[in-house]
Structures are given as C-alpha cells and as structure tokens.
Design a protein around this ligand. Sequence first.
Ligand code: DUC
Ligand code: ZN
Ligand code: ZN
Length: 487
Amino acid sequence: MQPFDIVIRNGTIVTATDTTRADVAIAGGTIAAIGRGLESGKREIDASGKYVMPGGIDAHAHIEQLTASGLLNSDNFESATKSAALGGTTTVLCFAAQHVGMSLTKVVEDYHALAQRGAVIDYAFHMILADPREEVLRDELPPLIEAGHSSLKVFMTYDRLRVDDMQLLDVLMAARENKALVLVHAENHGMITWLSKRLLAKGYTAPRYHAVSHPRLGEVEAFTRLIAFAEFIDQPIMIYHVSSAEGAAVIRAARGRGLKVFAETCPQYLFLTKNDLDKSGIEGAKWMCSPPVREPADQETLWQALSLGDLQLVSSDHAPYAFNEKGKVMAGTSANFKQIPNGMPGLQARLPLLFDAMVSNGRFGAQKFVEWTSTAPAQIYGLAPRKGAIAVGADADIALWDPDKRVTFSDVDVVDGAGYTPYVGRTVRGWPVAVLRRGEVIAENGSCVAKPGSGEFLPRKAGAAAEPLGRSSPEFDPGRNFGARLY
Ligand code: DUC
Ligand code: ZN
Ligand code: ZN
C-alpha cells in the first residue's frame, strides 16, 4: 500500500459536533483516513498537545477591491491571503465589485485574474451589484451564477454603491429566479447622510463622530425593510456585519417567524467599542468601519445572539486601508470623518481573537469556535462537504492550534497591506502554528511558504445555501420555495 502523504498524529481533532483523540491521514490533498494506528506517511506531523481543526473560512473580505471613487484596498490577493493563512484561514469569500456602468461579466473576469495571480488560499466570489440594470440581471447574471458565483451583494447605503427600494426588489427577484443568496449591507442611508451633515456643520469632524453618524436605529430600519422585501419576494438573505443589540433583535424576531434570514457579525463588533475611535488627531481613523463599533453592551448581546443561533457565523469584513496618504489619510491629517475610507484589516486576527475568547477563556468551547468560523460558513455558502470539516473525503484544510501559545498583536507583525492592527497591544492565548491547504503545509512557525497563485477558485452550486448543522425548522428551507410563487 502507498504511504499517505502526511499523517498528523496525537492531536485532538475538533469539528463542529465532536472532539476526538485520533490521527488524520492525507493523500492527494484530501483527508484519506481518521483513526488510531494509521499507516505511516511520507511526512509525519506530531500534534501532541494541539487541536487539529478545519481551516477557517472567512466569508466576508474585501481584497484588491476598488472603491467607487477609484481608491484601491491597501493589499492584494497575495498579501491578504498570506495574512489569512498565518491566522489559520484556508478559504476566503471575497468580492467581484461592480460599479455603475460596468459590465458584471468583465468585473468578474478581472477579479478572477487578480486572484489567480496572487491567492495562496482557496477562494470564491460574491458579486457586488451597484448597477443592477435590466440587461445585467437578465443577460449577465444567470451565466455567472451558473459558473459558480452563487451569491450577490448589495448595499443600502454609500452614495455611489447603494440600491434603492425598486432595485433591491429587482435583485431579490433575480436571485430567486437563479437560486442565489443575497447578502446585504443594511443601514439607512438617509439617517446617516442627514446626521453626518448636521455633525459636520457644528464642527464635529473627528473620527469619533463617525460612530455617532451611524445611528443604531439605522440598522433597525434597514433590517426591517430588507426583511419585509425578502419575505415579499420569498428569497433567502444574509445580513452582513450586525453591530447593535437592536439589529440582532430584529433578526431574532424574523427567524422566529421562520423567515429565511441568515446573519453574521465580525470581531470588531465583539472586541472593540466606540471608545477605540477616541484618539487625538486622525489616529482614530484606524478604527473606523461601517457600521461603526459600538458599546460594551452590544458586544455581550452579539455573543448571546451567536449562541442562540440568531447569528450563525463570524466573518472579518477585512477592508484594509494603510494609515497614510494612499489610504486612511488620503484627504490629509485634518480630514473630516466623511473623507476617511471605512474599513479595517481582519483576515489574520479573526481566528486568534475568537479562539482566545471562546476556547482559551472557556466561554463557548472549541466546537462552537469551529462552527462559527468554518462549518457554518461552508454550509451557508455552499462549500460543504468539501470544506468546513475534518472528514474523510473533505479537502485537507487543517489548522494545528497550540492552545498555550501567547501572542501580543503588534504592528510590526502585520503582513497585510494595512500596516497596522486595530488590536495592537492585545494578548491572546492560542495560535495556529501550522496550516495546511489541500494537504500542503502553507504556513508554519509564523511564515507563509505558499506560492502566489496556488489558491484555487471554488465554484459554488446555486440553491445550496443551508442552515448550519441541519438546524432548519420545517419552515426554514432556503431552497424549498424557489419558484413556488410568481410575481
Ligand atoms: N464597511 C463596508 O461596508 N465595507 C468595507 C468596510 C467597511 O467598513
Ligand atoms: Zn458592509
Ligand atoms: Zn464589507
């Protein structure tokens, strides 16, 4: 018998449902066997004292993405995905971002070319629709979804990205007809614009007023309208980056009625607060994202919403802008908060922050950690069973976690293009010391050795979105009602 390529021995295997002491054998990039006393491998890895977990899946990351005003993110596929690998993530779902007037087909081709050149982990694309005109939805969308891009993203705010109510209904309907999932940045645009104008007019221009300018009720209004539209069309949705207790309550009520609503939050809403923006000068820009980070009480409510299943996963919303004139400081050091690009890096820090809070601090345990960071995103976004589990036949995407390794976040260790970390000075316990992608060791002892372009595109089947861990109620079957009603 041929030896296995790699055997990982003596570790504690953790999946979303089980914790077992066993070895894992890898052959041809997939998991070939799980058990004790397995045959030898060409390479043997000793995982004594370590957790053997599925590689993370980050379902929300902006990579090498162009804003409507022509500003590029501060990293590229190589730097972003290397940072992800070093943080234990082996799959990323990022964006092919259309702007007004663009052909969606060309946009998707362009982002594929960028990822093919640089990605070191596997990837898929959500298609951002900023201009869902009739011919885009009718002619371009169906073949793109058929080709494996089975999720569409829209914004309800941002001047040059947002869709209005009619456009939102058009996108929901087009998604329903093609069995795609719709992901939404849901905040009320009018409330943000109105309040920002008044703050600036009164001289409240510093980064900390960015947090004030996005009212909590802006989430409530937009979530409520979006959910009503999704119910009207009968179309599953994913509500992105839930930041407030009130927003989480709207989602709980909708899911309680059996509506097809998924939702995520991000580490920044679990670990940072509006006080982080309260620095002198423009420094607070490093902590500016939309929706903004909020209050300690919101953090606690979001943890509870995750544990109740109202939110199903934690993504990074990685959107790095360097703290210089090509990024956060593009409009100068006396810029007002409306002139500062929104977003912060997160691909690398997401898993260590969550491991520390959930596993090392004992609050939710290792299985929940795996569920919220790998298994649930795989199931919701149609990557399961290939991704998101340690199981025979699945891709050998594996992170070995040393539960005792302590690391203090520091700007000098940052490998993505932001050049800073919003978590600077914070110490976490637990770190991914080796990371395998399809059976290849791509990160080890703090360095990423994968070849740029070695990441693979993951086509996703339309209609595959599913409640994680088969938790669906009889009413909650995202595929079931497709095509059942015609408008
Ligand atoms: N907000 C977004 O909507 N996208 C990227 C980053 C951010 O802060
Ligand atoms: Zn967003
Ligand atoms: Zn985003």
